[in-house]
Write a protein that binds this ligand. Structure first.
Ligand code: FAD
Length: 404
């Protein structure tokens, strides 16, 4: 069995950032990344593709390009975790051993939980920015539709980027407003939850946006079935099932713990890796860490959170390799740039407990109000910061905050 000091499973935002951070701290460290995909995706860009702001190719790069130098890329899927024997099983029957394991496999989009959805997607006005290939269809629909009814859905929490279902809706409305069609389009938001956004400080600005676009809000309304050809969506509500006809339907799929995690000893009851909220270390296996969307920390599941978690995990993995206790802690930071119109963003930044946690001073960006500068941050600054800062482990650039 091949063996490495550190094995990272998953080469997404969290896995690559962590590897890069560790290599910067300890050049020459023996790290392997288990990752089957030939492409690395910048998912936060998909909202902007759906809004006609980014092209698709701005949101993807060959995996080989983002693999940090000196890291061994095991181009295979992981098939199982055996933490007792410090081994990861690979697709096709191989295995790889580790001194320390970092799990970063992301979560799972459960499209199949909505009856008829998988067949309906990509046709008949049914779309989702949660899929790379469908985000451009969102933009095509927005341009085509001049009247009728547009539905936007949000499933039960937890989901990655909890603001993304709203972002899709506001960017669409902004476009229709500009084109003069908004008055002829009935827009409805169907949210399985009971609030517009989990952190109350940001709700007033979002409510103003909802009023401005004349959006019909439906809380406790959970999409359960889609009939593409009939253009009908069915929602479960407290008062029974409700079916709505649509011309456009933007779906955010229900989300689950990754099946690989859920089937392993690493999982909590919900199927997420059971880790300490501060150190990111497994609660039962001290040589296992996790970060990103697969972990059960109570932060917003965002790339922004992974950006802050990666150096914490890097420091604590190096400590574990040296036989020391964790030395760094994560405060629960996550961020959600809510695109309330094309050109303006409500920049939600918050830590554990919904504590508002802005990076920049208030006079530059007041996160609770729509901001032009925040739009430029998202549209112009964050993509290069992601590719050249976060994925390269340049923490002085992206993470000037002290650990612990
Ligand atoms: P991912 O980036 O999903 O990576 C998981 C990796 O694991 C993938 O490379 C996958 O191939 C790999 N993998 C899967 N199964 C296996 C296996 N069996 N073996 C080995 N590898 C495996 N975040 C923000 O910060 N701001 C935003 O504005 C924002 N907007 C978003 C909008 C949309 C539409 C979406 C979908 C997401 C958005 N996010 C945003 C969330 C952000 O993209 C995720 O939180 C982030 O990608 C999490 O990183 P991760 O590494 O945990 O998971």
């Amino acid at each position: 069995t091949a063996r490495h000091s550190v094995v990272i499973v998953g080469g997404g935002s969290a896995g690559i950032a962590t590897a890069a951070s560790m290599i910067r701290r300890r050049p020459g460290l023996d790290i392997a990344i288990v990752e089957p995909s030939a492409v690395h995706f910048y998912q936060p860009g998909w909202t902007m593709v759906g809004g006609g702001v980014f092209t698709l190719d701005q949101t993807a790069r060959p995996m080989a390009e983002v693999m940090p130098g000196g890291v061994k890329w095991i181009r295979s899927g992981a098939a199982g975790f055996d933490p007792e024997n410090k081994t990861v099983h690979l697709d096709g029957g191989g295995e790889v051993g580790y001194d320390v394991l970092v799990v970063a496999v992301g979560n799972r989009l459960a499209w199949e939980e909505i009856t008829g959805l998988e067949e309906a997607l990509g046709r008949n006005g049914v779309t989702s920015n949660y899929r790379y290939d469908l985000a451009p269809y969102t933009w095509r629909l927005v341009q085509q539709i001049k009247s009728g009814r547009a539905l936007f859905t949000q499933p039960p929490m937890p989901i990655k980027c909890a603001g993304a279902p709203q972002k899709a809706m506001y960017l669409s409305c902004s476009e229709w407003e500009k084109a003069g069609h908004l008055g002829s389009i009935e827009v409805e938001f169907h949210n399985a939850g009971s609030v517009l956004f989990g952190v109350p400080d940001y709700v007033p600005a979002l409510m103003e946006t909802v009023d401005r676009y004349g959006i019909g809000l439906n809380f406790g309304s959970n999409l359960v079935a889609v009939d593409g050809p009939a253009r009908e969506a069915t929602f479960r509500t407290e008062s029974g099932e409700v079916t709505r006809r649509f011309d456009m339907l933007h779906v955010c799929p229900p989300q689950k713990g990754h099946p690989l995690v859920a089937a392993s000893d690493l999982a909590d009851e919900a199927g997420y890796v059971d880790i300490d909220q501060a150190t990111m270390r497994h609660t039962r296996y001290p040589d296992v860490f996790a970060l990103g969307d697969c972990g059960n920390t109570a932060n917003a599941k965002t790339a922004a959170a992974a950006r802050k978690q990666a150096p914490v995990v890097a420091v604590n993995v190096l400590a574990a390799l040296a036989g020391r206790e964790p030395e760094a802690g994560y405060d629960g930071y996550g961020s959600c740039p809510l695109t309330v119109e094309r050109g303006k963003i409500v920049l939600a930044e918050f830590a554990y407990g919904g504590k508002v946690s802005p990076t920049l001073p208030k006079w530059l960006i007041n996160g609770t109000k729509p901001s032009r500068l925040a739009w430029h941050l998202k549209a112009d600054a964050l993509p290069p910061i992601y590719w050249h800062g976060m994925l390269k482990g340049r923490e002085w650039l992206v993470n000037p905050m002290p650990l612990y």
